[in-house]
Design a protein around this ligand. Structure first.
Ligand code: ZN
Ligand code: ZN
Length: 103
């Protein structure tokens, strides 16, 4: 997890740079560094959308069960049967872990 050197807020990756959500500071992202290493295999399977799609998604404050990051992309997806309600999916902005909301 990267923290802003100025205000210590969590920085989120966007377009190849890390952006501080509080003060807007930008840092160059270290490609292939800690983002990819630890849970790479698992993430490959868990990921249900591509990075390019995720870029346009809204984000929300939601704690990642995998790395503890507090911001996640979210989107709605209708499940198989029409009478099932839409399910909210989340994707960590930091480690790309993807999970669905159970209610
Ligand atoms: Zn900052
Ligand atoms: Zn995470």
């Amino acid at each position: 997890m990267e923290f802003c050197p100025d205000c210590k807020s969590i920085m989120v990756p966007s377009d190849g740079v890390l952006i501080c959500r509080r003060c807007g500071k930008r840092l160059e992202m270290k490609k292939g560094d800690n983002l990819v290493s630890r849970t790479e295999q698992k993430e490959r399977r868990m990921t249900v959308i591509e990075d390019s799609e995720a870029a346009g998604l809204p984000t929300t404050k939601y704690k990642c069960p995998e790395c503890g990051n507090d911001t996640a992309y979210w989107w709605l997806r209708q499940l198989r049967s029409a009478d099932e309600s839409e399910v909210r999916f989340f994707r960590c902005t930091k480690c790309n872990f993807t999970w669905r909301e159970y209610d």
